[in-house]
Design a protein around this ligand. Structure first.
Ligand code: 13P
Length: 241
């Protein structure tokens, strides 16, 4: 049976001091979660050492928001697996629609990041998703197929998370209908050809829709932005029924 993965992506939010206050409140709220799930938070790089100073890591795993495909070198603003592993980081988000949009991240770069993350012992969380225009033109399946085929080439599906995040549902309050999201997640699973691959949904996940989303057959977890920034709200998501 697939273990679900509930992950918070803090994006460019939270200082070290704010992270500390958050963790003091959040950790007790997830202490009794069932062991069919893992909880992950991807704080900004500067707050990663604050996270790793908490020893309670059976309950909470750390993710980075990016990862480079070399261990060191002249790559200003990048971060390497070696630097992250030193802090107990276990996951790395790659291919999020924000770097795809603002920094023109390509499927080829995303693939290099994912492959090197795995080679370094980290689990990549590879994000895919179509824009509103692509969905309205009926191109969602084709876009997702391209992103999966190119972004996941030569990756090991047994150490992989794919997050389906329709761009039009991110930060807009518009959640993709759970059944529609489930169909795309099933397509991703079929394309990968490995039944046990973990597939998340992301885009306006909140306490009021988490139970329905997690009841879907092909959704094994969520990647949460805004609602992961408040301890009670993310704890409610982590404690989905
Ligand atoms: P929201 O949950 O704020 O829509 O963000 C989703 C997201 O981008 C997670 O990576």
């Amino acid at each position: 049976m697939r273990k679900s993965v509930i992950a918070g992506n803090w994006k460019m939010h939270m200082t070290c001091a704010e992270s500390k206050i958050y963790l003091e409140e959040f950790l007790p709220l997830i202490r009794d979660i069932p062991n069919d799930r893992k909880i992950v938070i991807a704080p900004p790089f500067t707050a990663i050492s604050t996270f790793s100073s908490y020893t309670d890591f059976e309950y909470l795993n750390i993710s980075s928001q990016n990862i480079h495909w070399e261990d060191q070198g002249a790559f200003t603003a990048e971060i390497s697996p070696k630097m992250l592993l030193e802090h107990g980081v276990k996951y790395a988000i790659v291919g999020h629609s924000e770097p795809r949009k603002y920094f023109s991240e390509s499927d080829e770069q995303i693939n290099k990041r994912a492959v090197f993350a795995q080679a370094s012992g980290l689990t990549p969380i590879v994000c895919v998703g179509e824009s509103l225009e692509q969905r309205e033109r009926g191109e969602a399946d084709r876009v997702i197929t391209r992103q999966v085929e190119q972004g996941l080439e030569n990756t090991d599906p047994s150490n992989l998370i794919v997050a389906y995040e329709p761009i039009w549902a991110i930060g807009t309050g518009k959640t993709c209908e759970a059944r529609d999201a489930n169909k795309i997640c099933a397509l991703i699973r079929k394309l990968i050809g490995f039944n046990d691959v973990i597939i998340q949904y992301g885009g306006s996940v909140k306490p009021s829709n988490i139970d329905e989303i997690m009841s879907m057959s092909d959704i094994d977890g969520v990647l949460v932005g805004g609602s992961s920034l408040e301890p009670n709200s993310f704890a409610r998501i982590a404690n989905y029924e």
